[in-house]
Design a protein around this ligand. Structure first.
Ligand code: CA
Length: 225
Protein backbone atom coordinates (compact mmCIF):
# COMPACT_ATOMS: atom_id res chain seq x y z
CA UNK A 1 0.00 0.00 0.00
CA UNK A 2 1.42 3.37 -1.03
CA UNK A 3 1.98 5.83 1.80
CA UNK A 4 1.04 9.46 1.28
CA UNK A 5 2.00 12.14 3.75
CA UNK A 6 -0.30 15.15 3.98
CA UNK A 7 1.33 18.26 5.50
CA UNK A 8 -1.53 20.71 5.83
CA UNK A 9 -2.52 22.93 8.75
CA UNK A 10 -6.20 23.34 7.85
CA UNK A 11 -7.61 20.47 9.89
CA UNK A 12 -10.81 20.16 7.84
CA UNK A 13 -8.89 19.93 4.57
CA UNK A 14 -6.36 17.54 6.07
CA UNK A 15 -9.18 15.24 7.30
CA UNK A 16 -10.92 15.40 3.94
CA UNK A 17 -7.69 14.54 2.11
CA UNK A 18 -6.95 11.63 4.46
CA UNK A 19 -10.50 10.31 4.06
CA UNK A 20 -10.35 10.42 0.27
CA UNK A 21 -6.84 8.97 0.06
CA UNK A 22 -7.80 6.02 2.26
CA UNK A 23 -10.96 5.48 0.26
CA UNK A 24 -8.71 5.18 -2.83
CA UNK A 25 -6.57 2.55 -1.14
CA UNK A 26 -3.66 4.69 0.01
CA UNK A 27 -2.34 4.89 3.54
CA UNK A 28 -2.59 8.52 4.67
CA UNK A 29 -0.30 10.10 7.26
CA UNK A 30 -1.11 13.62 8.44
CA UNK A 31 0.99 16.39 9.96
CA UNK A 32 -0.48 19.76 10.90
CA UNK A 33 2.73 21.79 11.23
CA UNK A 34 5.88 22.17 9.16
CA UNK A 35 8.41 20.76 11.64
CA UNK A 36 6.16 17.77 12.40
CA UNK A 37 5.73 17.13 8.67
CA UNK A 38 9.46 17.14 8.03
CA UNK A 39 10.05 14.75 10.96
CA UNK A 40 7.35 12.33 9.74
CA UNK A 41 8.74 12.49 6.18
CA UNK A 42 12.23 11.58 7.39
CA UNK A 43 11.00 8.75 9.58
CA UNK A 44 8.32 7.23 7.34
CA UNK A 45 9.81 7.89 3.88
CA UNK A 46 6.38 8.17 2.21
CA UNK A 47 5.82 7.43 -1.50
CA UNK A 48 4.51 10.96 -2.06
CA UNK A 49 4.03 14.15 -0.05
CA UNK A 50 1.14 16.61 -0.38
CA UNK A 51 2.67 19.78 0.95
CA UNK A 52 0.83 22.97 1.81
CA UNK A 53 2.79 26.12 1.04
CA UNK A 54 1.71 28.25 4.02
CA UNK A 55 2.33 26.33 7.22
CA UNK A 56 2.95 27.29 10.83
CA UNK A 57 6.52 26.86 12.03
CA UNK A 58 8.11 26.21 8.66
CA UNK A 59 7.04 27.13 5.14
CA UNK A 60 6.30 24.41 2.60
CA UNK A 61 9.15 25.74 0.48
CA UNK A 62 11.61 25.28 3.36
CA UNK A 63 10.40 21.72 3.93
CA UNK A 64 10.79 20.88 0.27
CA UNK A 65 14.30 22.32 0.19
CA UNK A 66 15.21 20.33 3.31
CA UNK A 67 13.85 17.11 1.79
CA UNK A 68 15.85 17.64 -1.39
CA UNK A 69 19.06 18.20 0.57
CA UNK A 70 18.95 14.81 2.32
CA UNK A 71 19.72 11.86 0.07
CA UNK A 72 17.15 9.45 1.55
CA UNK A 73 14.30 11.92 1.02
CA UNK A 74 15.64 13.69 -2.09
CA UNK A 75 13.68 11.62 -4.59
CA UNK A 76 10.28 11.59 -2.80
CA UNK A 77 7.77 13.25 -5.15
CA UNK A 78 6.29 16.45 -3.70
CA UNK A 79 2.97 17.89 -4.86
CA UNK A 80 2.52 21.43 -3.53
CA UNK A 81 -0.86 22.74 -2.48
CA UNK A 82 -0.86 26.46 -3.21
CA UNK A 83 -3.33 29.30 -3.17
CA UNK A 84 -3.92 31.23 -6.37
CA UNK A 85 -1.37 33.98 -6.81
CA UNK A 86 1.32 32.34 -4.72
CA UNK A 87 4.75 32.10 -6.24
CA UNK A 88 4.11 29.09 -8.45
CA UNK A 89 7.17 29.54 -10.65
CA UNK A 90 9.43 29.61 -7.64
CA UNK A 91 7.74 26.60 -6.08
CA UNK A 92 8.25 24.25 -9.01
CA UNK A 93 11.43 26.04 -10.02
CA UNK A 94 15.06 25.48 -9.28
CA UNK A 95 14.99 26.98 -5.82
CA UNK A 96 12.45 24.72 -4.18
CA UNK A 97 12.16 21.61 -6.31
CA UNK A 98 8.55 20.45 -5.96
CA UNK A 99 7.46 18.01 -8.68
CA UNK A 100 4.19 19.77 -9.34
CA UNK A 101 1.58 21.98 -7.74
CA UNK A 102 -2.18 22.19 -7.54
CA UNK A 103 -4.04 25.42 -6.84
CA UNK A 104 -6.62 25.56 -4.02
CA UNK A 105 -9.51 25.03 -4.16
CA UNK A 106 -9.03 21.88 -6.22
CA UNK A 107 -11.35 19.01 -6.98
CA UNK A 108 -10.58 15.77 -5.21
CA UNK A 109 -10.86 13.98 -8.55
CA UNK A 110 -8.16 16.17 -10.13
CA UNK A 111 -5.90 15.75 -7.12
CA UNK A 112 -6.23 11.96 -7.24
CA UNK A 113 -5.47 11.96 -10.98
CA UNK A 114 -2.29 13.94 -10.33
CA UNK A 115 -1.27 11.66 -7.48
CA UNK A 116 -1.76 8.53 -9.59
CA UNK A 117 0.19 10.07 -12.49
CA UNK A 118 3.10 11.03 -10.24
CA UNK A 119 3.21 7.62 -8.54
CA UNK A 120 3.01 5.84 -11.88
CA UNK A 121 6.00 7.64 -13.28
CA UNK A 122 8.08 7.42 -10.10
CA UNK A 123 7.70 3.63 -10.10
CA UNK A 124 8.24 3.22 -13.85
CA UNK A 125 11.57 1.76 -14.81
CA UNK A 126 13.08 2.39 -18.23
CA UNK A 127 12.95 -0.78 -20.35
CA UNK A 128 16.64 -1.01 -21.07
CA UNK A 129 19.05 -0.97 -18.18
CA UNK A 130 22.16 0.62 -19.53
CA UNK A 131 24.20 3.76 -19.43
CA UNK A 132 23.38 6.19 -22.18
CA UNK A 133 26.28 8.42 -23.18
CA UNK A 134 25.33 11.74 -24.75
CA UNK A 135 28.28 14.08 -25.13
CA UNK A 136 29.53 14.83 -21.60
CA UNK A 137 26.36 13.28 -20.11
CA UNK A 138 26.23 9.72 -18.80
CA UNK A 139 22.68 8.62 -17.98
CA UNK A 140 22.50 5.45 -15.90
CA UNK A 141 18.98 4.14 -16.54
CA UNK A 142 19.24 1.39 -13.95
CA UNK A 143 20.33 3.43 -10.96
CA UNK A 144 18.71 6.65 -12.16
CA UNK A 145 21.98 8.51 -11.91
CA UNK A 146 23.45 11.15 -14.12
CA UNK A 147 27.05 12.23 -14.45
CA UNK A 148 28.48 15.19 -16.27
CA UNK A 149 32.12 14.60 -17.23
CA UNK A 150 32.26 11.89 -14.57
CA UNK A 151 30.83 14.11 -11.82
CA UNK A 152 27.52 12.93 -10.33
CA UNK A 153 24.57 15.33 -10.50
CA UNK A 154 21.62 14.95 -8.11
CA UNK A 155 18.35 14.96 -10.01
CA UNK A 156 14.80 14.50 -8.79
CA UNK A 157 12.70 11.71 -10.32
CA UNK A 158 10.94 14.17 -12.62
CA UNK A 159 14.17 15.81 -13.77
CA UNK A 160 15.66 12.41 -14.52
CA UNK A 161 12.59 11.30 -16.50
CA UNK A 162 12.65 14.52 -18.48
CA UNK A 163 16.33 14.22 -19.36
CA UNK A 164 15.99 10.53 -20.19
CA UNK A 165 12.96 11.16 -22.39
CA UNK A 166 14.78 13.89 -24.35
CA UNK A 167 17.96 11.81 -24.61
CA UNK A 168 16.06 8.90 -26.16
CA UNK A 169 14.81 11.33 -28.80
CA UNK A 170 18.04 13.16 -29.53
CA UNK A 171 17.75 16.08 -31.92
CA UNK A 172 13.97 15.75 -32.20
CA UNK A 173 11.80 18.55 -30.85
CA UNK A 174 9.27 17.51 -28.22
CA UNK A 175 6.34 19.81 -27.56
CA UNK A 176 5.54 20.99 -24.04
CA UNK A 177 2.18 19.24 -24.21
CA UNK A 178 3.78 15.96 -25.26
CA UNK A 179 6.36 16.23 -22.47
CA UNK A 180 3.58 16.85 -19.98
CA UNK A 181 1.87 13.70 -21.20
CA UNK A 182 4.91 11.48 -21.49
CA UNK A 183 7.07 12.64 -18.60
CA UNK A 184 4.42 13.78 -16.14
CA UNK A 185 1.91 11.14 -17.20
CA UNK A 186 -0.97 13.59 -17.60
CA UNK A 187 -3.58 12.59 -20.12
CA UNK A 188 -5.12 16.02 -20.34
CA UNK A 189 -3.66 19.41 -21.15
CA UNK A 190 -2.25 20.85 -17.96
CA UNK A 191 -0.21 23.92 -17.21
CA UNK A 192 2.90 23.76 -19.38
CA UNK A 193 4.73 26.22 -17.11
CA UNK A 194 5.68 23.17 -15.04
CA UNK A 195 7.67 21.91 -18.05
CA UNK A 196 9.48 25.24 -18.48
CA UNK A 197 10.49 25.54 -14.83
CA UNK A 198 11.74 21.95 -14.77
CA UNK A 199 13.82 22.53 -17.90
CA UNK A 200 15.33 25.64 -16.30
CA UNK A 201 16.18 23.72 -13.16
CA UNK A 202 17.61 20.79 -15.11
CA UNK A 203 19.80 23.11 -17.18
CA UNK A 204 21.11 24.76 -14.03
CA UNK A 205 21.96 21.44 -12.44
CA UNK A 206 23.77 20.17 -15.55
CA UNK A 207 26.00 23.24 -15.72
CA UNK A 208 27.68 23.69 -19.11
CA UNK A 209 26.07 20.45 -20.36
CA UNK A 210 22.69 22.11 -19.74
CA UNK A 211 23.20 24.04 -22.97
CA UNK A 212 22.50 20.79 -24.80
CA UNK A 213 18.82 21.26 -23.97
CA UNK A 214 17.64 23.64 -26.68
CA UNK A 215 14.49 25.72 -26.55
CA UNK A 216 12.45 25.72 -29.72
CA UNK A 217 10.55 28.95 -29.33
CA UNK A 218 6.80 28.62 -29.01
CA UNK A 219 6.96 24.85 -29.29
CA UNK A 220 9.10 22.84 -26.95
CA UNK A 221 12.53 21.39 -26.29
CA UNK A 222 15.13 19.06 -27.75
CA UNK A 223 18.43 17.61 -26.67
CA UNK A 224 21.32 18.17 -29.03
CA UNK A 225 24.99 17.40 -28.71
CA1 CA B 1 -1.97 26.59 5.20
Amino acid sequence: MKKILVIEDEKDLSDLLAFNLEKEGFRALCALTGPEGLAVAQEELPDLILLDLMLPGMMGTEICTALRRTSKTAAIPVLMLTARGEEIDRVVGFEVGADDYIVKPFSMRELLLRIRAILRRSSQEPETAATLQVGPLAIDTERHQVQVDGEPVELTTTEFKLLFYLSERMGRVQSRELLLQQVWGYNYVGDTRTVDTHVTRLRNKLGAAGEMIKTVRGFGYKLED
